[in-house]
Every structure is written in structure tokens, then in C-alpha cells.
Design a protein around this ligand. Structure first.
Ligand code: VG1
Ligand code: CO
Length: 543
């Protein structure tokens, strides 16, 4: 085995987005593309002598190849040890868990999460720091800086490692340990939730479907739901990870998981339905005839946190991304704990959790989690709901309705305009920004604008500033219109429009969401010139 220094030239566009670098597989397959980015991570980290790295991914196409390359480069960079998930598999939350439990210096997650996989799909890579969470912007920007200047990378010429057999091996001076991807994570879940109560629930005939969407959550769901909790076999569907996710979009929402939603509306629907995304950090919660919005799910978890043993002592605070509905704010107010509003992306929650300022975090994009790790966690949210269902004896529908009756309902929807021409999307955002100073106090279709701005976040822990995080138009009754551009897409630009309207009156809690939000959607279109600028007469995806 020899370590080689290979000359390389830079690639444009290797700037990490909302959650790491995501590109078409074909772009990653260019010679040195992956190597350059990995070397840029290592250059940013500096000397790694004596350190442990955790490595794994969601099993999509290119995952195995990337693992082998990164192992050879880590050996050349002087890491003492790499822990790699068996088969190259580690869900994003499991990787976060392993980094923390094994006191590693960081981890590399290989995933493009909810983006499609396969040779024509997407691939992604992300660095997580020692707290187990995504690297903050100052690190991702430093990595990007390296991608623009590096001229060589270092790699061992060692052969491929057997990733499928648990055990230890060596590459150069570096130890490699192939670990069970599920064990550490499953043990953590048993600490947090009342497994005995959930087990009794299943033993009593409670029925559930968990849709793994042929992504990485399958092995975790099989082991925990059907294994430890005794749910009947068949509870987990699409539970075998496939390199192309069976050709589906591993993005759990009522559009992509339409089959599950249909099943949950059928006369013989199971009691509970759930789904998870490509890398198992997102969750969708469905009851009989009702899909719970992620914002409501966070609020309901917060209001009932004490039912789970891991949260019996209460929660310290909540954080939500800015576009997420304000439903959790009302719960925080009632619990007399703070609620923080952060930019989109889990990396902004890390400091708040590390400082002990918040326990629960969530995003409208089907991401929910807590300070048990530093990533959002799909199965964690599902287990929380199971714990709540077991403890309350109530249905999902009843729990949601009782929550609305107590706190009011935040009608909420996101409209995505995908693969719009980039210049049209930039033009739309610029046009909105120009109007912001003049919007306050204007009365539009019966709504009075309270304030309108481009969201700026000042991290209360380290004082760092993130600006241009989304245009928001907030009405005096709390209704909101938010526009931002996606930072995870790989084709053109994706415009996200988020709509929210608060309704206190229980008699008004049964309006279909799109109907309740139609007035705000019309205002949004008029202000942004959405349809005219994009040439689209409706969103690509409405959730
Ligand atoms: C989207 C979501 C955001 C989430 C991010 C990563 O980002 O809106 O809330 O944190 O995906 O999720 P964007 O920039 O496309 O809106 V995951 O599960 O893809 O890692
Ligand atoms: Co994900």
C-alpha cells in the first residue's frame, strides 16, 4: 500500500447548499470531482492524527464507490480510525448518534436525502462536526474556499475493503471498523421512549403501516418496529433499501406517499401510518383520514413531551425554521419556554441544542427532532407518536383536533415551483425584495401588512449572522406569506411559497387547507408575479 499525491484542477460550483453538496450522479462521476470535495473537507479540518471519523450513507447509487474512495483518502490524511456502517449504510440520524456515542471528531454523510437516486438521479455529501450535527456555515464556506484553490489530493492505492462483514481491518496505518448501522441508534431509542407501553399497544391489536420508500429507514424500522416492539411482519412496507429507491421520490409527503395516504383513508385503514425519506431524517405522520402537517406535529410533540420517558422533565425550549408555522410558538408560550426562529436547514439548530437552550426542533419540510442527536430524526418522530398514542389511548385525529381546540389551528401549505429557469427565479426574488420597504401598513384584500422583510438570523450563541434567508410578508392577524429559493435542488431553481393563516374558532377548523389559504395565495401571486414570471399556472408540488 502506498499513498499517492495526485494533481488536480478545481471544479466550479462545489458550494454546499442547505444540507451539503448535492449534484447529479453524472457530475459526481467526473474524475476527481468527489476526491476534490473530500480533500477540501480534510484540508479544512487540518491535522487529523489520532482522530475518529464516522462514515456512511443512504445506500443510493454511487454510495459504495464513494465509501471506498473516502476510506482510502482518510487513510492518506492520517485519521486513526474510521467507523463505517455495514454495507456502507448509516441513516443520517444514526450517523449523528454514532459520532456522539463513540466520541468521534466528525462524520461524512453520503446522501442527497429526498432527491431521487440511481444513475440518472442525485448524489450528495455532507460533513458533520463532533457534536454529530451538520457543519455550520463558517466550516462549509471554508470547505468551499478549498474547492476553489486546491491543486492536489492524497489517496492510498489500497484495494477495496469488504464493507459487508462486521469487523476490523486496516488501510495504511488507519483502523477501519465495519459497524452494525442499527445497534447504537436502536439502543438510544429504547432510552427515550416507553417501549413497554408501545409493545403492549401492538400486542393489543393496534395496526400500523410504515413506508420505508425503499430508502435507508427500512433496516431501522424492521429492527425497531417489528423486532423490538413486536409489530406484526408487514407493518414495514418498502423496507428494503434500493440504489434507485425503486424509481420513486423518497420524499415523504402526501404527494409522493400517495399510496400510504390512500390506504389511511380506506375503510379498513390501519390505526397509524408513517413514512420516512431517503436518509431517514424526515417523517410523515398519518392517522385515519388525516395527514398531520409537520408544523402541527412539532407543536403536538412539544405539548405532550412529558409522556415520553426521555422528556419527562419537560423541555427547555423549541426552535423552528422561519417558514415553519407558528403553531409551536403557541405551545412554547403556554409552557413558558422560549421559541427560536432560525433559517431553513438543520445546521442552525446545533448551537441552540449544544447551549441547552432548546430540546425540540422542527421544520415544515417533514423534519422533527430533539437534542438526543444533532440531526432531524424520522423514526424518532414516529416513535414519539406511538408513545403518545399508547399513553393517551386516543387516535391521531382526536389528538390533532384537541390540539387545535386548545391552541387554535394554523392552516398551512407549501407550494413548490420546481425546476424553474434560474434567472426567472432570481428575478422574482429581486422583484419581491424591492417592494418590501413599501409594504408595511398596506391593506391588501382585507389583510393589513404588519411587516415585510428578508429574514436575517443572528445566532444567539455565537453571534454569527445569516442574511437573505427568505422574504416574509407578515399580516397583523399573524397570517404569513414566505418566499425562498431551495438550496437542495440540482435542476434550475425551485421557488418555495409558504402560506399560513391562524384560526382560533373551532367551528372554522374544517375548511380544506387550500381553500382556507386561497386568499393569501392570490396575494402572493400578485406581489411576486409568480405565474407570469415562471410561466406556470400552478405549483409542481403542493403539500
Ligand atoms: C429542504 C427543506 C429544508 C431541509 C433541507 C434538507 O431545503 O426545505 O427544510 O432542511 O431540505 O432536508 P431547501 O433548501 O431545498 O428548501 V434533507 O431531509 O433533504 O437533508
Ligand atoms: Co433527509
Amino acid at each position: 500500500m502506498t499513498i499517492h499525491t495526485v494533481n488536480t484542477t478545481t471544479f466550479a460550483g462545489q458550494r454546499p447548499g442547505t444540507s451539503g453538496l448535492r449534484k447529479k450522479v453524472s457530475e459526481f462521476q467526473q474524475p476527481a470531482y468527489l476526491e476534490n470535495f473530500v480533500q477540501s473537507i480534510f484540508n479544512t479540518l487540518g491535522d487529523c492524527a489520532g482522530q475518529t471519523l464516522v462514515l456512511g450513507g443512504d445506500g443510493r447509487y454511487f454510495n459504495r464507490h464513494a465509501i471506498q474512495v473516502i476510506l482510502r483518502m482518510a487513510a492518506a490524511h492520517g485519521f486513526a480510525r474510521v467507523l463505517v456502517g455495514q454495507g456502507g449504510i448509516l441513516s443520517t440520524p444514526a450517523l449523528s448518534c454514532v459520532v456522539r456515542k463513540r466520541a468521534a471528531s466528525g462524520g461524512i454523510v453520503l446522501s442527497a436525502s429526498h432527491n431521487p437516486g440511481g444513475p440518472d438521479g442525485d448524489f450528495g455529501i455532507k460533513y458533520n462536526i463532533a457534536n454529530g450535527g451538520p457543519a455550520p456555515e463558517k466550516i462549509t464556506e471554508a470547505i468551499y474556499g478549498q474547492t476553489q484553490v486546491l491543486s492536489e489530493y492524497r489517496i492510498s492505492d489500497a484495494g477495496d475493503l469488504d464493507l459487508d462483514t462486521l469487523g476490523r481491518a486496516r488501510i495504511e496505518q488507519m483502523d477501519v471498523e465495519v459497524i452494525d448501522p442499527v445497534a447504537d441508534y436502536a439502543a438510544l431509542m429504547t432510552d427515550l421512549f416507553d417501549f413497554a407501553a408501545i409493545k403492549a399497544l401492538f400486542a393489543g391489536g393496534f395496526t400500523m403501516r410504515f413506508d420505508g420508500m425503499h430508502a435507508v429507514s427500512g433496516p431501522y424500522a424492521h429492527a425497531i418496529l417489528e423486532g423490538l416492539l413486536g409489530a406484526p411482519r408487514g407493518t414495514v412496507i418498502n423496507g428494503t433499501p434500493l440504489e434507485d429507491f425503486g424509481g420513486h421520490h423518497p420524499d415523504p409527503n402526501p404527494v409522493n406517499a400517495a399510496e400510504l395516504v390512500a390506504l389511511m383513508s380506506a375503510p379498513d385503514a390501519p390505526d397509524f401510518g408513517a413514512a420516512s425519506d431517503g436518509d431517514a431524517d424526515r417523517n410523515m405522520i398519518v392517522g385515519r383520514g388525516i395527514a398531520v402537517t409537520p408544523s402541527d406535529s412539532l407543536a403536538i410533540i412539544a405539548a405532550n413531551a412529558a409522556v415520553a420517558p426521555g422528556y419527562r422533565g419537560g423541555i427547555k425550549g423549541i426552535a423552528r425554521s422561519m417558514p415553519t408555522s407558528t403553531a409551536p410558538d403557541r405551545v412554547a408560550h403556554a409552557l413558558k419556554v422560549p421559541c427560536y426562529e432560525t433559517p431553513t436547514g438543520w445546521k442552525y439548530f446545533g448551537n441552540l441544542m449544544d447551549a441547552g437552550m432548546v430540546t425540540l426542533c422542527g421544520e415544515e419540510s417533514y423534519g422533527t427532532g430533539s437534542d438526543h442527536i444533532r440531526e432531524k430524526d424520522g423514526l424518532w418522530a414516529v416513535l414519539f407518536w406511538l408513545n403518545l398514542l399508547a399513553a393517551s389511548g386516543k387516535s391521531v385525529d382526536t389528538l390533532v383536533r384537541e390540539h387545535w381546540a386548545r391552541f387554535g389551528r394554523n392552516y398551512y401549505s407549501r407550494h413548490d415551483y420546481e425546476a424553474v429557469e434560474s434567472s426567472a427565479a432570481e428575478g422574482l426574488m429581486a422583484h419581491l425584495r424591492e417592494q418590501l420597504p413599501a409594504l408595511a401598513d398596506q391593506v391588501i384584500d382585507g389583510y393589513t401588512v404588519d411587516f415585510a422583510d428578508d429574514f436575517v438570523y443572528k445566532d444567539p450563541v455565537d453571534g454569527s449572522i445569516a442574511s437573505k434567508q427568505g422574504v416574509r410578508i407578515v399580516m397583523t392577524d399573524g397570517s404569513r406569506i414566505v418566499f425562498r429559493l431551495s438550496g437542495t435542488g440540482t435542476e434550475g431553481a425551485t421557488i418555495r411559497l409558504y402560506l399560513e393563516r391562524y384560526e382560533r374558532d373551532v367551528a372554522m377548523h374544517d375548511i380544506p387547507a387550500q381553500e382556507a389559504l386561497a386568499g393569501l395565495a392570490t396575494i402572493a401571486d400578485r406581489l411576486a408575479g409568480l405565474h407570469q414570471r415562471t410561466g406556470r399556472d400552478r405549483p409542481t408540488v403542493t403539500t
